[in-house]
Design a protein around this ligand. Structure first.
Ligand code: FES
Ligand code: FES
Length: 154
């Protein structure tokens, strides 16, 4: 099967029932996506599928024929990433960092749909992503800052 990974067409001929998370990490050497709960509850493994954040630990690779997957490795090359990265740093949102790749994916997914989110929209947008460190306020502040400083990018 073929799918698009970080804007390039790639081929995968293995077991279609494998989890996208394992295929990304083991076959494509993309390890930014973290394995947390393994059950679709924590968002640590999030990637963008057709521009929307999904949990790669509960997504079978076989369902992705022709679809567009973007991982943090690919997203890092975008202007939007740079804005989010700076805003998260300024807000002090990155502590242990484990949840951050998934939070960035959730933030991109939210901002691409709603470039001016309210605090409630942001809370809802990251509701599927757990953070053990920050109490969420700094992450929310980071996303608000990114929305403001990246005006026009989303
Ligand atoms: S590891 Fe996928 S949602 Fe937790
Ligand atoms: S910064 Fe540590 S889990 Fe979120």
């Amino acid at each position: 099967m073929e799918f698009i990974l970080n804007n390039k067409k790639v081929r995968y001929d293995g077991d279609p029932s494998r989890r996208l998370l394992d295929v990304l990490r083991d076959d494509f050497d993309m390890t930014e996506q973290k394995e947390g709960c393994r059950e679709g509850e924590c968002g640590a493994c999030a990637v963008l599928l057709n521009k929307k954040s999904i949990n790669s630990c509960i997504t079978a690779i076989g369902s992705l024929e022709g679809q567009e997957v973007m991982t943090l490795e690919g997203y890092r090359e975008t202007k939007q990433y740079k804005v989010l990265e700076e805003a998260f740093a300024k807000a002090g949102a990155v502590q242990c960092g484990f949840c951050i790749p998934g939070m960035i994916m959730a933030a991109e997914s939210l901002l691409s749909e709603n470039p001016n989110p309210s605090e409630a929209d942001i809370r809802e947008g990251i509701a599927g992503n757990l953070c053990r460190c920050t109490g969420y306020n700094m992450i929310i502040e980071g996303i608000q800052m990114a929305a403001k400083e990246g005006k026009g990018l989303w």
